[in-house]
Design a protein around this ligand. Structure first.
Ligand code: KPC
Length: 552
């Protein structure tokens, strides 16, 4: 057991352990008796992650009765995005909370195996793509594939991930005043009681946010070495793959496939449904989809749609994938690296005692306040199903907290802005052109490049981050479309392939969903900070003078 809150020896024993591990980055050491610094937390977390055994026991940051003797308003089972944000909100409202997590850090899979490495890999994919495309020009050297190592990039991430982990623990304790027990498994006894390391903790409510993990297809060979998902890729890859077969067509499949291909690891995606048409992705504009897929194929990725994986072929480790084509033919594809991107499911065994309502796909059912079928039990984040995104997890946590603290607050996550990365950032919100035309009689669009132009010679949109592409091969410089109801002049949907649009779309999505909406005239009032037509401002201003709006 490690007590990081009320140590009798002023943290002397804990600091001795940390000193034995190493020196904090930048020499970031705390004074005797002072709380652990981020640098010290990082060393401790890294040591526990790298040497997992039961001797350390839980990391306790729990208030004494003298500090706070109230019953907990909520115990958050799982300290990922939903638990941490829910706990922070509840605490900020004056409540008392306890987070319990099996990992020695807060933040969940995001900083450890999921979002943070995904964004690192997507940035690498973008950089590698540019370096490969520009090689031999300007200051870009000949592209050396031997230097683009998946293993080295993963190692870079693993070397660095303890610092963000540490920030989560430090911020939650020192700035947000949260109580937590980490590195210890929770046992849910009933709807008010959780047991940790033999001690029982009671709360008025439980908030369940333990996430989900990859659902592997049940085919021979799937559990063999050489078969990875986004989590085991980080923890277990110990060789440099030369080719990859991806089973599944999820967002993860597109994102990781684009990264692998960008490093030079020739990638094939086997998918039953057409890419970007899987059930968990909605409002995908067909023109945007076509550009995204064309650009993946342009980079050398092979996409096989209608494929049914039958078996992972094994020779010591994964050596190939056997699949059935849409035409019913059986094909063997050789590879030394199989990656599974078929979607995720939660493990709900921990909650057997609660008898919760579960939906047909295996996710917990909750209402718009995040309350489950058991009134004092809330569920948040990936455990509820798609969208398995950070914003949903955090807002679910906040929603549960507000309701627990006595406010009626509902969160409908059926509509949301969305994104994925290939070597590009792909971002969209609102309606597609086809959806808009189905609902409104008079729809126009602002699009770049426009319909009918030759994208190989049309040097726009050239939005932020695409200038080198625009001046060397225009078609690579991105694509976008703004969908507008010409009668009300309101913007109905926005779709963007390029770089940097996520920032703007967080706001655009909010603006277009307001009861009063957001019009082409509002857009024309903005002050663009980049000259080219990214984020639609320039094109809106060129068209907004017209009383009868027409396409541009
Ligand atoms: C370091 C960072 O902000 C990414 S990990 C976020 C985890 S959490 O803040 O709990 O959603």
């Amino acid at each position: 057991m490690i007590d990081v809150r009320n140590p009798e020896d002023g943290f002397a024993a804990l600091r001795a352990r940390i000193d034995a591990i190493g020196t904090p980055v930048g020499g970031d050491r705390g004074a005797p008796g002072a709380p652990l610094t981020v640098g010290e937390w990082a060393l401790l977390i890294e040591d526990i992650v790298e040497n997992p055994d039961d001797s350390t026991g839980g990391i306790y940051n729990v208030a004494t009765a003298a500090e706070d003797d109230r019953e907990y308003d909520a115990i958050f089972v799982g300290g990922g995005a939903s638990g941490r944000f829910g706990a922070a909100y509840l605490r900020a409202r004056g409540g008392r909370q306890l987070i319990i997590d099996a990992w020695p850090f807060l933040g969940g899979s995001c900083p450890h195996q999921a979002c943070v490495p995904h964004h690192l890999f997507s940035e690498c994919a973008r950089e590698l793509d540019l370096a490969r495309h520009m090689q031999g020009r300007l200051w870009f050297p000949a592209f050396d594939e031997s230097k683009a190592s998946i293993l080295e990039i993963i190692d870079l991430f693993k070397q660095g991930r303890s610092l963000p982990h540490a920030v989560m623990n430090w911020q939650s304790k020192e700035q947000l005043d949260l109580e937590y027990i980490l590195n210890a498994r929770a046992r849910v006894i009933d709807e008010h009681t959780v047991e940790v390391e033999g001690r029982q903790y009671r709360a008025n409510n439980l908030v369940l946010g333990t996430g989900a993990s990859t659902l592997y297809p049940d085919i021979p060979g799937i559990g063999q070495p050489g078969v990875f998902d986004y989590a085991s890729l980080i923890e277990d890859l110990d060789y440099e793959p030369t080719s990859c077969v991806i089973i599944g067509g999820s967002k993860v499949a597109l994102e990781y496939g684009s990264f692998f291909q960008a490093t030079g690891c020739t990638t094939t995606i086997l998918t039953r449904s057409p890419l970007m048409r899987t059930a968990s992705m909605h409002h995908i504009d067909e023109d945007m989809r076509a550009y995204v897929i064309d650009m993946m194929v342009d980079r050398g990725i092979t996409i096989i749609e209608g494929a049914e994986p039958l078996e992972v072929l094994v020779d010591g480790r994964a050596a190939g994938v056997r699949y059935r084509t849409a035409a019913g033919e059986t094909v063997d594809l050789a590879t030394d690296f199989v990656f599974v991107g078929t979607g995720e499911r939660p493990d709900l065994k921990l909650y057997d005692a609660l008898g919760l309502d579960i939906d047909e796909r295996g996710f917990i059912r909750a209402d718009s306040t995040m309350r489950t079928s058991t009134p004092s039990v809330y569920a948040t984040g990936d455990i509820l199903g798609s969208p398995m995104e950070m914003f949903k997890a955090r807002k679910c946590g906040m929603t549960a907290a507000r309701n627990i603290m006595g406010e009626r607050y509902e969160y409908d996550y059926s509509e949301y802005p969305d994104f994925l990365h290939t070597t590009y950032e792909v971002t969209w919100c609102g309606l597609t052109e086809a959806e808009a035309r189905h609902r409104y009689p008079n729809v126009i669009k602002l699009q770049m490049p426009p319909d009918g132009s030759d994208p190989e010679s049309f040097p726009l949109p050239a939005a932020e981050g695409s200038m080198l592409y625009a001046f060397t091969r225009p078609i690579l410089s991105g694509w976008f479309k703004l969908v507008i109801d010409a009668d009300s002049r309101r913007i109905l949907g926005a779709h963007h392939v390029g770089f940097g649009a996520k920032d703007a779309f967080q706001y655009i999505d909010y603006l277009i969903r307001r009861p009063e909406g957001w019009t082409i005239d509002d857009m024309a009032e903005l002050s663009e900070l980049f000259l080219n037509p990214e984020h639609f401002i320039q094109l809106s201003r060129l068209r907004a003078g017209k009383q009868q709006l027409v396409n541009l």
